[in-house]
Design a protein around this ligand. Structure first.
Ligand code: CAA
Length: 378
C-alpha cells in the first residue's frame, strides 16, 4: 500500500527498516532464550534519535511528525515486537506526559535525557486491583509540607526494571478526580523494584511490579495540577494506543510475509503448498486484514499529526490491529504446519508476541467501551 509518505517520512521508514535488519535480527535469539533486555540496541536507537522522535528539537528530540514515529514502531515490530513496545511505552506514555503536561522546568530537565535515550521512561498506572478499572487505583500520595509520601503497589510495569523515570499515578483525593500524576526517578528511597514477570512472549522486554513504601518525593515532581492524573493518563493512553496498534501491525505484517514465503517454498504432493486454495485463500484473508489494519493505524496517526481528537479512531486501530496480529499469527503457524509449532521458525514467536497487544494499554473490551461511548455521546 502506498502510504503517501513525505520524503522525510520515507527516509525515517528506510532508516529504521535498515537498522532493524542490521542491528536487531541477530539479537532476537538472545532476547528469546535469555529474556535479556536489549540495552545496547536501545543505546544505539538513542544515538540515532529514535528515542525522541516526536519530541521537539528545543527539548533535545528529533522534532519529527507523529506519522514518522508510528512508522518507526511499525518497522521495528516487524523484526522485534519487544523493541517496538520498549520504544512505544518510553515515548507515548513515558515521555509525552511530560511534554504535554509538564512545566517548563520539568520539560527542560527530563525531555533531553529521555529523547537522547540517556533515560528510559515507564508508566506506572496499573495496580493489582486496578487494571481495566484504572480510576479505582489505591496507591496514595499524602501531602506533607513540600513533599508527597507515596504508599502502594503497581504491577505489569513495562520497562519497569530498567527505567530511569516513572510517570506514576497515585490518589490525593476521592474518585477519578482525586488522582494525581508524578514524575518519580529511579533510586528514590522507598521505590522498590519487584518481581520480574516471566511472560508468554515479548521476551527481553522488562515487566515488573513496583512498591512504594513511604517513598518521599518533592512537590516539584507533581505533573500538572493535583487531581489532573486521570485526565493525563487517559489523554496519553488515547495516543499511546496508536503505538501499540503499530506494534500489532508490525507483528501481523511479519507473520504474513513469513507465511507467504514459506507457502511458496514448501512442497507437498509435488507442488508448493501455496497453489492449494486452502492455503492461498488463507493468505488472501491475512493480507486483507493486515492492509485494513494499516489503514486504521495510519489514519489515527494522521489525525494526531493534524491535532484532531481521535480517541475513537485510536481505539479502533488498536482493537483491529491487535485482533489481526493474533489471527494472522495463528494462521501463519497453520501454514507452517508442524514446523510452525517449533522454535525453529518465527511463527510461534509472532503468536506469543501478538497476544498481549489485545490486553495492554486497555484490553480490547475497554476499546469497545471507548468506541461505543464516542459513537453514542452526541
Ligand atoms: N479520553 C479522555 N478522557 C477520558 C477518557 C478518554 N479515553 N476516558 C474517560 N475520560 C474522562 C471522562 O470524560 C471523565 O471526565 P469528566 O468526569 O470530566 O466527564 C473521566 O475521565 C472519568 O470517566 P469515566 O467515568 O468514563 O471513567 P471510568 O472510570 O468509567 O473508566 C475507562 C473509563 C475507559 C474504562 C478507563 O478506566 C480505561 O481506559 N481503562 C483502561 C486502562 C488502561 O488502558 N491501562 C493501560 C495501562 S498502561 C499499559 O498497559 C502500558 C504497557 O505496558 C504497554
Amino acid at each position: 500500500m502506498d502510504m503517501n509518505f513525505t520524503e522525510e517520512q520515507q527516509m525515517m521508514q528506510k532508516m529504521v527498516r535498515d537498522f532493524a535488519q542490521k542491528e536487531i535480527t541477530g539479537e532476537i535469539e538472545r532476547m528469546e532464550t535469555e529474556d535479556r533486555f536489549p540495552k545496547e540496541i536501545i543505546q544505539k536507537m538513542g544515538e540515532l534519535g529514535l528515542m525522541g522522535i516526536p519530541i521537539p528539537e528545543e527539548y533535545g528530540g528529533s522534532g519529527m511528525d507523529f506519522v514518522s514515529y508510528i512508522s518507526a514502531i511499525h518497522e521495528l515490530s516487524k523484526v522485534s515486537a519487544t523493541v517496538g513496545v520498549i520504544l512505544s511505552v518510553h515515548t507515548s506514555v513515558g515521555s509525552n506526559p511530560i511534554l504535554y503536561f509538564g512545566n517548563e522546568n520539568q520539560k527542560k530537565h527530563y525531555l533531553p535525557k529521555l529523547a537522547s535515550g540517556e533515560y528510559l521512561g515507564a508508566f506506572a498506572l496499573t495496580e493489582p486491583s486496578a487494571g481495566s478499572d484504572a480510576g479505582n487505583l489505591k496507591t496514595k500520595a499524602k501531602k506533607d509540607g513540600d513533599t508527597y509520601i507515596l504508599n502502594g503497589s503497581k504491577v505489569f510495569i513495562t520497562n519497569g526494571g530498567e527505567a530511569d523515570t516513572y510517570i506514576t499515578f497515585a490518589r490525593t483525593g476521592e474518585g477519578s478526580k482525586g488522582i494525581s500524576a508524578f514524575i518519580i526517578e529511579k533510586n528514590t528511597p522507598g521505590l522498590i523494584i519487584g518481581k520480574k514477570e516471566k511472560k508468554m512472549g515479548l521476551h527481553g522486554s522488562n515487566t515488573v511490579a513496583l512498591t512504594f513504601d513511604n517513598c518521599v518525593i518533592s512537590k516539584e515532581q507533581l505533573l500538572g495540577e493535583e487531581g489532573d492524573g486521570f485526565k493525563i493518563a487517559m489523554a496519553n493512553l488515547n495516543v499511546g494506543r496508536i503505538g501499540i496498534a503499530a506494534q500489532a501491525l508490525g507483528i501481523g505484517e511479519a507473520a504474513l510475509e513469513h507465511a507467504v514465503g514459506y507457502a511458496k517454498e514448501r512442497e507437498q504432493f509435488g507442488k508448493p503448498i501455496a497453489v492449494n486454495q486452502g492455503i492461498s485463500f488463507k493468505l488472501a484473508d491475512m493480507a486483507t486484514s493486515v492492509e485494513a489494519a494499516k489503514l486504521l493505524v495510519y489514519q489515527a496517526a494522521a489525525l494526531v499529526q493534524r491535532g484532531i481528537p481521535c480517541g475513537k479512531e485510536a481505539s479502533m486501530a488498536k482493537m483491529y490491529a491487535s485482533k489481526t496480529a493474533v489471527q494472522t499469527a495463528i494462521e501463519a503457524v497453520q501454514v507452517y504446519g508442524g514446523y510452525g509449532y517449533t522454535e525453529d521458525y518465527p511463527a510461534e514467536r509472532f503468536f506469543r508476541d501478538a497476544k498481549i497487544t489485545e490486553i495492554y494499554e486497555g484490553a480490547n473490551e475497554i476499546q469497545h467501551i471507548v468506541i461505543a461511548k464516542n459513537l453514542l455521546k452526541n
